[in-house]
Structure formats: structure tokens, C-alpha cells
Design a protein around this ligand. Structure first.
Ligand SMILES: *[C@@H]1O[C@H](CO)[C@@H](O)[C@H](O)[C@H]1NC(C)=O
Ligand SMILES: *[C@@H]1O[C@H](CO)[C@@H](O)[C@H](O)[C@H]1NC(C)=O
Ligand SMILES: *[C@@H]1O[C@H](CO)[C@@H](O)[C@H](O)[C@H]1NC(C)=O
Ligand SMILES: *[C@@H]1O[C@H](CO)[C@@H](O)[C@H](O)[C@H]1NC(C)=O
Ligand SMILES: *[C@@H]1O[C@H](CO)[C@@H](O)[C@H](O)[C@H]1NC(C)=O
Ligand SMILES: *[C@@H]1O[C@H](CO)[C@@H](O)[C@H](O)[C@H]1NC(C)=O
Ligand SMILES: *[C@@H]1O[C@H](CO)[C@@H](O)[C@H](O)[C@H]1NC(C)=O
Ligand SMILES: *[C@@H]1O[C@H](CO)[C@@H](O)[C@H](O)[C@H]1NC(C)=O
Ligand SMILES: *[C@@H]1O[C@H](CO)[C@@H](O)[C@H](O)[C@H]1NC(C)=O
Ligand SMILES: *[C@@H]1O[C@H](CO)[C@@H](O)[C@H](O)[C@H]1NC(C)=O
Ligand SMILES: *[C@@H]1O[C@H](CO)[C@@H](O)[C@H](O)[C@H]1NC(C)=O
Ligand SMILES: *[C@@H]1O[C@H](CO)[C@@H](O)[C@H](O)[C@H]1NC(C)=O
Length: 627
């Protein structure tokens, strides 16, 4: 590769005009989401929102040994929220184990060091003398048993629950495994089943909690906030299919599930309470959205129809922070085991309402007006383009979204520098470099969109992030989007973190986010500014308590860039550390090459003046003690 040396860039740091950023000082705080719930192992576990007696209703379920399976609309459903059951009929005269299996979300990881909690409800629709046994197990797709437990299945015409724990004797060599339920000696018997559950150990042991490997990866970014319940996921394609907080709390039997915005059914097993516990378990603030009268299919409610939806938003916030003794929402939360209010500062009103900016004028007015009156202590975030249209009450927070090319991000590192400092602040709530072709940003997956972030896209984003850090007096939070992707069923690429049934793949952009998040200072130090149309970007912060300078550098091209830093301190350590993420233009952490680029830390020589060469396509964090 031809190497053209760039001019040495001198970065002069000034102590005199050190600016102390606002309360939430440094912006690269965390993550956004719309996800396939990563929390559970069985797909279509409760036959939610399916049409009975169809093939689709049986998605992920398979008969074993000639069993007859149908999803029925049960005349005596397990709950009013779950009207459908799986009806198993064992053919007369059959012998051996007969039953069914579930293939999970494109596989099930079977790990012999784990204990799995498995449960289901059952009832006999007709009189029967059969009372078991039932065998509940995990097996390979070719039928080799990996775990199994046998128990009685006492006759009952009404719903009963079976709960067992499964400890595999051996781990699956692949994730092509099934969860199985089989009966012996049940010739001619018919049984209805409902609300299955299979859980491996969860993050911090939370019931209905998060998959440990995915949660640990996300927590590894040290995110400061979590935006919930996502963007499009909030909206619904129609008013009727919007996300409704109250359909996602309480016993799983009371959660009807919902046809989501990305073409699959959401179980809502990951509900509002689970989101809040997840935030606490990772030490993140929630940025919680309320539905604001616009759905993805393009319908806005008119002015006279808003009241019940404003009330539902008030109820949602009360559930999260209300006093159990004076509010119904707080009392409900307490009844579900959480007396103390959760922490909540930011509430977002809608999502991407620039798609319906005209109606947002009255929707924002009435939602923000009522919510501000009810919760004066909260900060409300608007979702149109800043100042277009003019909104009343004047928003003090805007959520800004941008999906663009790597070079757009580099060229917009100064995006916020010219913004007026007048009290209005910004949440860069969704951003990602998604294609190198500006004409093809929203092409179908696989047609010009990146499948996984590349070093070119990640360095472009990192260049932009140096600008967010520089403008962190008005940019109070920022998050790459989307957060999670099951690689077998992608609706959108690229994503920050991908996974399949057994493995997590942290992208190059994940590591760029992690480098920025973990290496946050508490004050921003002005320095020589990068060139506006250049390819090399940096920002400098300081951790006051440890007297560390944290210098972030993004080199967005293949040519390495020598730099000289001049520090205005009396004492500068002779050695510092460089944490460097680097690769070539198209380097991606994909399932084929999961660790193609990961940050590597090495010592560097430092001093009052020191040199550093930023490798081609790299994100570096230089840490040096100076005082
Ligand atoms: C960002 O992180 C800081 C430090 O952890 C935290 O104090 C602040 O609340 C976070 N900001 C947001 C918006 O979550
Ligand atoms: C289920 O569908 C089959 C054919 O697809 C039909 O013969 C049967 O009557 C249906 N059963 C119910 C209960 O609707
Ligand atoms: C097991 O899962 C595979 C898909 O991974 C599926 O083809 C097969 O039918 C399943 N078997 C059972 C018994 O569920
Ligand atoms: C599994 O079941 C045990 C026993 O009831 C319970 O203590 C544990 O919390 C459960 N685990 C999860 C992840 O729900
Ligand atoms: C949630 O509350 C709304 C009213 O705010 C109500 O229409 C809806 O039926 C409730 N959903 C569930 C599942 O309780
Ligand atoms: C709530 O926020 C306060 C300050 O913002 C923090 O000190 C406290 O730890 C948080 N509580 C929980 C349970 O996260
Ligand atoms: C507003 O919407 C409601 C519900 O769709 C409808 O009944 C009503 O006529 C509409 N009002 C106006 C002024 O369009
Ligand atoms: C609250 O919402 C109602 C119904 O949309 C509206 O008429 C009223 O003006 C709003 N109140 C405030 C304080 O914004
Ligand atoms: C800040 O200035 C912009 C115009 O530059 C204005 O639209 C916005 O409302 C102002 N914010 C506040 C809080 O006054
Ligand atoms: C960019 O995308 C457009 C639209 O799909 C296509 O026509 C064009 O050929 C692409 N350019 C390159 C360089 O691939
Ligand atoms: C990266 O991929 C693009 C598009 O496929 C290609 O044009 C370019 O040459 C690749 N870069 C390298 C260094 O291989
Ligand atoms: C930095 O590099 C320049 C050449 O570009 C060299 O003259 C200078 O001595 C170097 N400084 C240090 C401290 O190594």
C-alpha cells in the first residue's frame, strides 16, 4: 500500500479555557434497542397473536413419533390474555414416546454447566385415566438426549403447571437442539398445553431476565443509559398494535404479546419491569418513551382523540415512579414486588415524529403540556428535527437520529459546534454508518448496506463521536443503533452486537463505543481543532480525580497519521497507554471472523511533548498522567 505521510498535526491543550461540561458530562454513554427478546429460549412459547388451526400457529413446534398437533382457540383458555393452546393428540395404538419439540430461536444452547428452568401449563379437555409420566428434555435435532426429567402428569380438567429443572449430562456440540415434551403409554389421549418456558441462568439471576452472554457484552460497554422500549418498537404499525406498557407487566399469563413492527410477534416477556431491573443491574439510567399518537403505518390521531393516550402515558410513568400509597401505578408496581420507585429523569414523547411533524405540533403540545404538569421533575424529549416545526412548550431536549455513510459522519464531526447554547440540549439517540454508498442507505439487506460494521464505518462514527464529546455541554447522551441482531433473522443491518443461539459477536463499532464510554473524562479540554474537511479527528478529556488525560483519536483513512501532542502541564508521566482498535477498510467482526479487530493496549512514551502515530483506520485512546 502506498504510504503518503500526512503533515504532523500539533494538538495544543489549553488549561486556561478548560470547560466543565454539564451534569451528564460525556456523551458516549450507551445504547438503544429494538430487539428480538434475547431473554428466553422457546420460540412461539405461548401461541400469542397467532391464528389457531394454521401452520404458522405451529411455528417452531414439531411432532415427535406421529403426534397430532394443532393450535386451538381454547374454550377454557389458560388466561384471558392467552386464548390459544397447543393440542396434542396421541394416535390410538401408538407406542413409545409421543409428543413434540420446540426448536428455540433458531437453536438452543445446551450447556452441561447450566441448570434450566422449564415449565408449562396443561389440562385434559376430555375425561382420561392417563396420569403420566411426561418426559421433559433437551435433545439434539437427531434425537440424542442431552437432558431429561420424568414426572407425573396428574389428570386435571383445569389448568395445572408443571415446573422442572433440567441439568444436561452433556453439552450440545452445536446449538441445533430441541426442547421436548413426550408421553409414554398415552395412546388415544388428548392434552392441551399453554405458556411454555425454558430459561437458562440469567444475568444477575433475574427471573425473566437477560441472556448472560448478551447482557455481559452490553454491560461491558459501561453504558450510562438505556433507551426503552426502543424506537419503532414503541410505535406499532397501527394505533391498536402500539406498545402498551400495561400489556407487558405482571404474570406472564397476563401478557398477550403483540405483533411487532419488524414482522415477528413480541412475547413481551421482556416488559417494562424487566427493562427497569435491567437498567438497575447495569447501573444505567432509563430513557423511557411514551407512545404519542403516531404509528409507523402513517396514522396520526387527531386533536380530539388524544386524551386516553395521554392518560395511558401518565399511567406508565406513575407505574415507574409513582408512590404506592397515593397512585394506582405505584400500587401496582408495589404489588409486583417493587415498592421503591425506579430512577427516571428522561421521558421521550414519541419516536421519529419528523415523519408526522404537522400533527406533532398538537401532539407534543398536549402530551408535553399534560406530562410536564403531572411530573414537573422529569425532562421530556421531543423527536422532530430541532426547531422544525416550532413546538410549544419549547422542548429543552431533542432526540436526533442519523443513518449515513462513514464519510458523512467524518464530515459532520463539527455538526453541533455551531448550535446555539441557550438551554436546548440533544440526545443523539440513533446513529450508525450503514452504507458506503449515499444513494443506497436504505436498500434491502445485502444490497449495498453493510452487513456488519467495518473499520471504515466505525472510524467514521468515532470521528463524529469526538465532535459529540467536544459538544457535550449540549449533547447529553448518544447511542449507536440498532443494538442487537439475531443473525438468523435480521430485519436491519448493520447492528452493534449480533448473536445467534449460542454466540455473541461484538462489532468494531461496539469496540469504538466501548473505548469512548469506558474512557470518559469528567471535563472536556479544548485543544487545536481538527481540520473541518479532514480525515483525522480527536478530542481530549480529563479525569480530575486520577489526573489522567484521555485523548481519543480517529483516523478515518488507510494512511497512518503521525501526531505531536503538546501538554500544558508541569509534570507529565514518561509512559502512558494507547488502546488501539485498528484494521483495514473492510475489516468486520462477523461470525466468520469474530475477533478481526479488538482493542489492544500497549505502553507509549509520553512527555510534555510526545508523538503518536495513529494507524490507518484506527480508533485510539491515549491515557497519560499529567498534573
Ligand atoms: C452519562 O454517564 C454519566 C457518568 O456515569 C452519568 O452521570 C450520566 O447520568 C449519564 N448520562 C445519561 C444521559 O445517562
Ligand atoms: C382446521 O383446519 C382444517 C383444514 O385446514 C379443517 O378441516 C378443520 O375443520 C379446522 N378446524 C377448526 C376447529 O377450525
Ligand atoms: C428440532 O429442531 C429442528 C430445527 O433445528 C427441526 O427441524 C426439528 O423438527 C426439531 N425436532 C423436534 C422434535 O422438535
Ligand atoms: C429457576 O428456578 C429456581 C427455583 O424456583 C429459582 O430460584 C430461579 O430464580 C429460577 N431462575 C430463573 C432464571 O428464573
Ligand atoms: C392497557 O390499558 C389500556 C387503557 O389504557 C387498555 O385499553 C388495554 O386493554 C390494557 N391492556 C391490557 C393487556 O391490560
Ligand atoms: C438512582 O439515581 C441516583 C442518582 O442519580 C443514584 O445515586 C442511585 O444509585 C440510583 N438508584 C438506583 C437504584 O439505580
Ligand atoms: C377524530 O378521530 C376520531 C376517532 O377516529 C373520530 O371519531 C373523530 O370524528 C375525529 N374528529 C375529527 C374532528 O376529525
Ligand atoms: C391535556 O390534554 C388535553 C387533551 O388533549 C388538552 O385539551 C389539554 O389542553 C392538555 N393540557 C395541557 C396542560 O397541555
Ligand atoms: C434555542 O435557540 C433556537 C434557535 O436557534 C430556538 O429555536 C430554541 O427554541 C431555543 N431554545 C430555548 C430553550 O430557548
Ligand atoms: C450506489 O447505489 C446506487 C443505488 O442502488 C447504485 O445505482 C450505484 O451503482 C451504487 N454505486 C456504487 C459505487 O456501487
Ligand atoms: C472494501 O470494499 C469495497 C467495496 O466492496 C471495495 O471497493 C474496496 O476496495 C475494499 N477495500 C479493501 C482495502 O479491500
Ligand atoms: C517527534 O517526531 C519528530 C519528527 O516528526 C521529531 O523531530 C521529534 O524529536 C519527535 N519527538 C519526540 C518527543 O520523540
Amino acid at each position: 500500500m502506498a504510504t503518503r505521510l500526512l503533515p504532523v498535526v500539533s494538538v495544543l491543550l489549553s488549561l486556561l479555557i478548560c470547560r466543565v461540561a454539564a451534569v451528564t458530562t460525556v456523551v458516549i454513554n450507551g445504547t438503544a434497542s429494538h430487539t428480538i427478546p434475547p431473554t428466553l429460549f422457546l420460540q412461539n412459547r405461548a401461541f400469542q397473536q397467532v391464528t389457531p388451526n394454521t401452520t404458522t400457529a405451529l411455528t417452531a413446534w414439531h411432532p415427535i413419533n406421529g403426534a397430532s398437533l394443532t393450535v386451538i382457540s381454547d374454550p377454557l383458555p389458560v388466561s384471558s390474555a392467552l386464548p390459544n393452546s397447543l393440542q396434542l393428540t396421541v394416535p390410538a395404538g401408538s407406542s413409545g414416546p409421543v409428543g413434540f419439540g420446540n426448536e428455540g430461536y433458531f437453536g438452543i444452547k445446551v450447556d452441561s454447566t447450566w441448570t434450566y428452568n422449564a415449565s408449562f401449563y396443561y389440562r385434559f379437555p376430555t375425561a382420561s385415566t392417563f396420569s403420566g409420566p411426561v418426559t421433559i428434555g433437551l435433545q439434539t435435532s437427531s434425537g440424542q438426549p442431552l437432558a431429561s426429567t420424568t414426572t407425573a402428569l396428574p389428570y386435571s380438567s383445569t389448568w395445572k403447571q408443571i415446573f422442572v429443572q433440567l441439568t444436561p449430562t452433556v453439552s450440545g456440540s452445536t446449538t441445533a437442539n430441541n426442547f421436548t415434551v413426550t408421553l409414554n403409554g398415552a395412546s388415544g389421549v388428548t392434552i392441551n398445553f399453554a405458556m411454555f418456558s425454558l430459561f437458562p441462568p440469567t444475568y444477575k439471576g433475574r427471573a425473566n431476565g437477560m441472556r448472560v452472554d448478551i447482557a455481559t457484552t452490553l454491560a461491558g460497554m459501561a453504558p450510562s443509559f438505556f433507551r426503552l422500549p426502543g424506537g419503532n418498537n414503541l410505535e406499532g404499525q397501527t394505533t391498536a398494535t402500539r406498545w402498551q406498557w400495561n400489556a407487558t407487566v405482571g404474570p406472564l399469563l397476563d401478557r398477550p404479546g403483540r405483533y411487532g413492527d419488524w414482522g415477528y410477534i413480541n412475547t413481551d416477556g421482556l416488559g417494562l419491569m424487566e427493562y427497569m431491573y435491567w437498567c438497575e443491574d447495569v447501573g444505567m439510567q432509563p430513557i423511557m418513551a411514551v407512545w404519542a399518537g403516531y404509528s409507523l403505518g402513517g396514522t396520526s390521531l387527531n386533536e380530539t382523540s388524544l386524551a386516553p393516550y395521554i392518560q395511558q402515558a401518565i399511567d406508565q410513568i406513575e407505574f415507574v415512579i409513582g408512590d404506592p400509597t397515593t397512585t394506582a401505578g405505584g400500587a401496582l408496581r408495589a404489588s409486583l414486588g417493587r415498592y421503591e420507585p425506579f430512577n427516571l429523569t428522561y421521558v421521550e414523547i414519541g419516536n421519529e415524529d419528523f415523519f408526522a411533524a404537522t400533527s406533532y405540533v398538537y401532539r407534543w403540545r398536549d402530551f408535553a403540556g399534560n406530562l410536564t404538569a403531572a411530573f414537573p421533575q422529569l425532562r421530556f424529549i421531543a423527536t422532530t428535527y430541532a426547531w422544525n416545526p416550532m413546538l410549544t412548550p419549547t422542548p429543552l431536549q431533542y432526540d436526533v437520529h442519523v443513518y449515513q455513510t462513514p464519510s458523512w459522519f467524518a464530515q459532520n464531526a463539527f455538526y453541533y459546534d455551531s448550535f446555539e447554547r441557550n438551554g436546548t440540549t440533544y440526545f443523539e439517540g440513533e446513529y450508525a454508518a450503514i452504507s458506503t454508498n449515499a444513494s443506497n442507505l436504505y436498500g434491502a439487506i445485502g444490497t449495498g448496506r453493510l452487513m456488519y460494521p467495518t473499520m471504515e464505518s466505525s472510524t467514521g462514527e468515532a470521528a463524529f463521536m469526538t465532535g459529540l464529546e467536544r459538544n457535550s455541554d449540549i449533547v447529553f447522551a448518544a447511542s449507536y443503533a440498532p443494538l442487537l441482531n439475531h443473525i438468523v433473522d435480521s430485519q436491519w443491518t448493520p447492528n452493534l452486537v449480533s448473536f445467534d443461539a449460542g454466540t455473541v459477536y461484538a462489532s468494531t463499532s461496539y469496540y469504538a463505543q466501548q473505548l469512548f464510554s469506558v474512557n470518559r473524562g469528567d471535563v472536556y479540554l479544548p485543544s487545536t481543532l481538527p481540520t473541518v474537511d479532514g480525515t483525522l479527528f480527536w478530542s481530549v478529556t480529563r479525569r480530575t480525580a486520577t489526573q489522567e488525560l484521555l485523548i481519543k483519536v480517529s483516523n478515518t483513512i488507510a494512511t497512518s497519521a503521525p501526531m505531536t501532542f503538546e501538554l500544558p502541564y508541569a509534570t507529565v508521566a514518561g509512559f502512558g497507554t494507547a488502546q488501539v482498535l485498528q484494521g483495514s477498510q473492510n475489516t468486520s467482526n462477523s461470525p466468520a471472523t469474530p475477533y478481526a479487530a479488538v482493542p489492544v493496549a500497549t505502553p507509549i512514551v509520553t512527555g510534555k511533548t510526545f508523538n503518536y502515530t495513529a494507524p490507518g483506520y484506527s480508533v485510539s485512546v491515549l491515557t497519560v498522567n499529567a498534573y
